[in-house]
Design a binder for this molecule. Structure first.
Ligand code: PEP
Ligand code: MN
Length: 355
């Protein structure tokens, strides 16, 4: 089912890449919300985020201030003119947020993994015109993500966007949530008119990763970024490690290199195709080389010659090293490659000799 979309058309927000949504993970206190909002607005941010209903993995943590925080968001809007956004997970949240004047709603990753919950939210949105952003489900299931957006769209929400926030993994990695970029890239291919935001804060889980992930998102042609920003990140009540100050956020945004979409996605695609073909050639050539190496092994076996002949090995390393340097690669790289090729070659020769 195709999505029936309209441009996000956000009042007061210039239509440029990236569209930036920024603000704290959670609305903690009115003062914390206001100080983040004032600094962000002073730095040119036009859309404010703050979670007021927080889905926490375990009970007992800070689960958000709930409706009590809605007037704080109203104050943000009144004093700074920024649009406000928050996460909704139930029809009650939708109703309260709309009544409280929140301008954009997003559906969190845990909620979008549950079709019943998304359908309940969609039903609560029927007849309302509000932009809705749907985060990817925690598991890398593109169909479920698309299905969630179809449910919201089916309720008449045409100002719709996706947020890529990475995918849960059990393995230890440098990321909090694996980016698995191919998933949003495939989403772009399937739903070309759908704006896609990247959430480098929840992908990275660490503030040092916010800048490189944001750049990667721009290089892949994403439309927007949603970034967690707090005036005193280390003291944040949730997601302290991944939040950046409003000034650091401005620094990150200033440094972003934003190329035109046609440049980044189209030429990237064709460059990647070339890389795929070259890798294919490399594998074919390596396999041919191994075949010849096995023939040599047969000869060595028939003539009782030792497998490794140091003179020949050194000659290969020296010659290939020099050739590689002439072609613009480092001699260390060439050495590593040819040592690995030689090791595999010796392994295959020993197999033949011991047959
Ligand atoms: C959030 O944006 O604060 C949040 C809870 O994100 P996610 O649903 O991506 O975990
Ligand atoms: Mn968060």
């Amino acid at each position: 089912m195709e999505l029936d979309l309209l441009p996000l058309n956000l009042p007061g927000v210039p239509d440029q890449r990236p569209l930036v949504i920024a603000g704290p993970c959670s609305a903690e206190t009115e003062e914390q919300v206001m100080s983040a909002a004032r600094q962000l607005s002073h730095n040119g941010i036009k859309i404010f985020r703050a979670g007021i209903w927080k889905p926490r993995t375990k009970p007992g943590g800070f689960e958000g201030n709930g409706e009590k925080a809605l007037p704080w968001l109203q104050r943000v809007k009144a004093e700074t003119g920024m649009l406000t956004s928050t996460e909704v997970a139930t029809p009650h949240h939708v109703e309260a947020a709309l009544k409280g004047g929140v301008d954009l709603l997003w559906i969190g990753a845990r909620t979008s993994a549950n079709p019943f919950a998304v359908q309940d939210i969609a039903d609560a949105l029927r007849g309302v015109d509000v932009p809705v952003l749907v985060k990817n489900p925690v598991n890398p299931d593109l169909e479920l993500w698309i299905g969630g957006m179809q449910r919201i769209n089916g309720a008449g929400i045409k100002r719709l966007a996706a947020i890529h926030r990475g995918f849960t993994t059990y393995d230890k990695t440098i990321y909090r949530n694996l980016p698995m970029w191919h998933v949003p890239i495939e989403l772009r291919r399937r739903m070309p008119g759908l704006p896609i935001f990247c959430d480098p804060s929840h992908i990275g889980g660490r503030r040092e990763l916010v800048a490189p992930l944001s750049q990667q998102a721009m290089d892949l042609g994403f439309d927007g970024l949603i970034i967690e920003s707090h005036c005193n990140p280390d003291a944040a009540w949730s997601d302290a490690k991944q939040q950046v100050t409003p000034d650091v956020l401005s620094f990150i945004l200033d440094k972003l290199v934003v190329r035109s979409v046609s440049d980044s996605t189209e030429s990237l695609k064709s460059l990647r195709q070339q890389i795929d073909e070259l890798d294919n050639d490399l594998i074919q050539q390596l396999s041919k080389r191994m075949r010849i190496s096995r023939e040599i092994a047969q000869y060595k076996k028939d003539h009782n010659v030792a497998v490794v002949q140091t003179g020949r090995y050194n000659e290969i390393l020296d010659k290939r090293g020099a050739q590689g340097v002439l072609c613009g690669m480092s001699s260390d790289f060439m050495k590593a490659i040819f040592e690995a090729i030689h090791a595999e070659s010796v392994r295959q020769q020993i197999e033949i000799i011991n047959k």
